[in-house]
Design a protein around this ligand. Sequence first.
Ligand code: HEM
Length: 420
Amino acid sequence: MTAVDDIGGISIDRRAVISVLRRLRSTDGQHNPLPVWAELRAMGDVVPAPWGGYFVTGFEACSQVLRDRNWLVPDIAWQERRPDPERWQALATQEMSHALSRLNAPAHTCQRRALGNLFDRQTLESMRPDIEEHVERILDDLDERLRAHGDADFVATVSEQLPVHTVGRWLGIPAEHFAHILDITHRQVHAQELLPTSSELAVSAEATLQLREYFTGLVRRRRDRPGNDVVSGWIRYWDAELPDDQATADRLLYYLTMFITIASLETSATLLSNAVRLLLENPARWDWLRRHPDHIDDAIDEALRYDPPIHLNSRIAADDTVLAGVPMAKDTMVHVLYGAANHDPRRNENPHTFDILRNGAHLTFGGGAHYCLGAALARLEVRTLLTSLLNRFPNLRLAAGPTYAPRMVFRRVTSLKVTT
Ligand code: HEM
């Protein structure tokens, strides 16, 4: 095979693409993915992936893939049509294939309809007091650590704690299980990386079994003692829909509760760490936002645009189609690069400038039929945290880090030392 291929009418140096991807996963690439995204975008709106399929780098092309009905998520039927179906056989991959994000219509439509608007205004209002109270408690803890040691790890003390508390309480997970849940979710996501190694898949498989045990148990316990909580509500809904098939209802509820937990914890923690890091990188920015708290929502959106917690998402062509001028056959897989899209200068001028007042566009919560169901909750968490943090810690500064897990799909900040 030559180094330069002509794929879909585009000449591309495969070695160049592979080297760019390696950099994205490297320590440097994790610290600053912006040059990597720019390099990929310079290769075109769609860039052939070395293993087949394409990366989509431009904002408009990514938006089209997410919103257009011509593009589907890679479901089990698609996996079975592959010439190498064994690549999709790993336990963790198979298990995730039953989750909401891997279903197409009509199953997906049916489940989304059942869930409705998960975090409507009324639900968020009912969750707000608990989130506010918990924010104060973890900031007390941060304060204590800063006083005792001079610095503290913002990730372990704050970013990881708030989402697991919020989603855990909402799903009815006992607080003493939060550490276990966090640990399993960190290990499970390997399977959702691009080209995971066999040892990563083994780690994910073990975590998957633990998740299965935990969330089938959660559904069973809620069945035994139903209440007014969200999981009991879902049980009642699916029992009415499937009156003769409790086993299918329980399986569906296991996939749902397991997936919502995975979808919400790392993503929200990364947003909290990213937002605080981006604001503290320039102390004048922190001071300005403290004096202009009415712009906290603008700062949140700019953090979402600037550094999306999920870097990549995949879709397949439902039919023969053309994307950004490139003809693509039915079943072709494309990888939407959220960060590259958000930094497309055709959509956001001077994209590498962090500008709270930009009012820019981003695809960080996806788009179309699969648009993130937890966006409003994630925004409430980060808004509540920033409001209190700016108020209580006017002199907060970065001390060390951030450090990141070597990932390409789910970004994870592993530490961020702060001081006052
Ligand atoms: C900053 C935090 C978050 C980010 C960046 C994020 C991002 C995303 C993205 C990119 C998608 C895929 C959209 C697509 O395929 O077009 C998604 C889907 C989803 N998210 Fe989030 N998410 C976050 C927080 C949450 C939270 C807190 C929850 C729930 C409590 C949640 C639940 C979901 C669910 C259930 C889906 C699947 C929707 C579907 O396939 O129909 N997410 N999220």
